[in-house]
Design a protein around this ligand. Structure first.
Ligand code: HEM
Length: 187
């Protein structure tokens, strides 16, 4: 699979992410040491204003996860190690179509929220095997390798760092992600 250098696309994605996250950092998750689940520790169910939807509220845990996910998608878009898997998404974004990006952000956020213990959301995307099988999901360009997975994890850490996620919480999220390696990597 060819590596991509999608500078114009990356710029478009930067603009998209920045425009919907311009206020996001104000609501970065504050660790809750009395939380009973990782989701609680990421902010939990307390409702806060959603910085990207005027007048709407969002659970603080979900907002914190979404901020990390959106930052990570942005990091991946600029990462020539793995951005070649995301050609469909990057082509759409480059053409100004953010539908796929919005869906991916929502689905990834809901998936991670559920995996960390959130109870108020239902993940309706593909299961992790099918999502990463190009024969089922034409939005992924080629199967992911172990090296791709390592790059994905490092980009996730970078995305988490941009949102000042504490190291212990990142480690907990990374452990969940690692548990999915054998399902995501199918070669
Ligand atoms: C444990 C790690 C991972 C998790 C939890 C994860 C999760 C997801 C989820 C929830 C979706 C959306 C499925 C849907 O919309 O139905 C998705 C799509 C996708 N994933 Fe992953 N993923 C992981 C690792 C990877 C890796 C390592 C790669 C390749 C480097 C990758 C590439 C993709 C691509 C290209 C898509 C389609 C994006 C699009 O909709 O345009 N993922 N993933």
């Amino acid at each position: 699979m060819k590596k991509l250098t999608f500078l114009p696309v990356a710029i478009a994605l930067i603009c998209a992410v920045l425009s919907i996250q311009s206020c996001g950092k104000k609501a970065a998750p504050t660790p809750n040491t009395i939380g009973t689940t990782l989701y609680d520790s990421l902010g939990g169910t307390a409702l806060v204003a959603d910085p990207t939807h005027a007048g709407a509220m969002i659970e603080k845990g979900r907002l914190g996860i979404r901020n990390v996910i959106d930052s990570t998608i942005f990091v991946i878009a600029a990462d020539s190690r793995i951005n070649g898997h995301f050609t469909v998404l990057l082509s759409e974004v480059g053409a100004g179509n953010l539908t796929g990006y919005t869906d991916l952000s929502e689905n990834l956020t809901t998936f991670v929220a559920g995996a960390t213990g959130a109870k108020d959301f239902i993940y309706i995307g593909l299961n992790m095997h099918d999502a990463h099988d190009p024969a089922v999901n034409p939005r992924i360009n080629g199967k992911a390798t172990n090296a791709d997975f390592d790059a994905f994890v490092s980009d996730l850490a970078t995305g988490a760092g941009k949102n000042k996620l504490p190291a212990n919480l990142l480690n907990s999220v990374a452990a969940i992600v690692e548990s999915l390696r054998s399902t995501v990597v199918q070669m």
